[in-house]
Design a protein around this ligand. Structure first.
Ligand SMILES: [Fe+2]
Length: 332
């Protein structure tokens, strides 16, 4: 996430995750299959804020939708199966990342260690729900950013008085930022019924701050994070707070996609990240070239003159695409 503010974030102070479950070995657990009819709790479309509603131009992003209200997505049973998948020795030994931005993150466990979670996010019915709310057809970004887990605790804060907040009781857990990827869907994985706070704060075009309430267990919020400056606010109450974040990109290769790896690079295994990044970038380019080739041939066969300006514009876009693809790969 490209930071736009240098204010301190609360989570950099003592992070000691309190997890109810004991870690188990993945091999000792049963492996239930994701069943959309059983494991999806979605009923009706939530209220959404449009880009216009927060004072931003509708064409600044890839969809007119900015952020949704929380809505039920996964059943409690599904959340518990997912929790079982991530609370294993294998995941905590191989997938834990700790940075100043987020003290405790689990990444890269899908699909190897968390096949149920992977199937849940790649199921066509789940994608249809997220896409409908986002106002654009979406698919998961890359596997590494499916089911990213953030573990945070609220206490203790050594010096909460030093934090610069919008109001007396708002403590940011992230700095103001935009995400690296077009859309995110954030799901609450803990019992949040006793939690106060935990909202997402969003900055409007005129600099005002709007707060969208945090989700309850199994519920989700969809956010066009690449184009909206936002921050997560701390929650108090509840022993643990675990959120699951999956990132999305447009399914249609022709839709502009300004993804970068700014916030992803420091918290990822580089070999895996650069494989997945290159695979996705080349696949999109392949899709674009095929569409272009089909159009070009059809146009030519119909006896039309070659549209040189259009070809040059298309080629320029692909040059920029490849240039960005290459620039984001930073050898260590
Ligand atoms: Fe974000």
């Amino acid at each position: 996430m490209a930071e736009v503010d240098s204010r301190p974030a609360a989570h950099k102070f003592d992070i000691k995750p309190i997890i109810k479950e004991k870690l188990s070995s993945a091999s000792t657990r049963s492996r239930p299959a994701f069943q959309p009819d059983t494991h999806l709790a979605y009923r009706e479309a939530p209220k959404v804020l449009g880009m216009k509603d927060i004072g931003l131009p509708e064409d600044v992003g890839i969809s007119p939708i900015a952020i949704s209200e929380p809505f039920p997505l996964f059943t409690e049973e599904a959340v518990n199966i997912m929790r079982g998948e991530i609370f294993t020795n294998e995941v905590w030994e191989n997938c834990m990342h700790s940075t100043e931005f987020a003290g405790c993150q689990l990444r890269g466990h899908c699909p190897k260690y968390a096949p149920f979670m992977y199937d849940a996010w790649t199921n066509p019915k789940t994608l249809a729900i997220v896409s409908k709310i986002a106002g654009i057809d979406l698919i998961p970004m890359i596997d590494i950013d499916i089911g990213n887990i953030n573990v945070s605790v609220q206490e203790p804060l050594k010096n909460p008085g030093k934090l610069v907040n919008q109001s007396n009781d708002d403590i940011p857990v992230t700095k103001w930022h935009v995400d690296s990827y077009p859309f995110v869907c954030v799901v609450m994985m803990s019992d949040a019924s006793q939690m106060i706070g935990g909202e997402t704060a969003v900055k409007t075009g005129s600099g005002e701050i709007i707060k969208v309430r945090g989700p309850q267990m199994g519920s989700a919020v969809v956010l066009q994070g690449r184009h909206i400056t936002h921050q997560a606010l701390a929650a108090v109450g509840g022993a643990e707070r675990i959120t699951m974040i999956t990132s999305f990109r447009p399914r249609d290769p022709l839709v502009p996609d300004s993804s970068v790896l700014t916030s992803i690079r420091p918290i990822s295994d580089h070999s895996e990240l650069y494989f997945q990044w290159t695979e996705y970038r080349v696949e999109v380019l392949q899709g674009r070239l095929q569409i272009m080739l089909d159009m070009l041939r059809e146009h030519h066969r119909a006896g039309n003159p070659t549209d040189v300006a259009k070809i040059k514009e298309f080629l320029k876009q692909q040059e920029e695409w490849l240039s960005c693809t290459n620039k984001e790969i930073v050898p260590v």
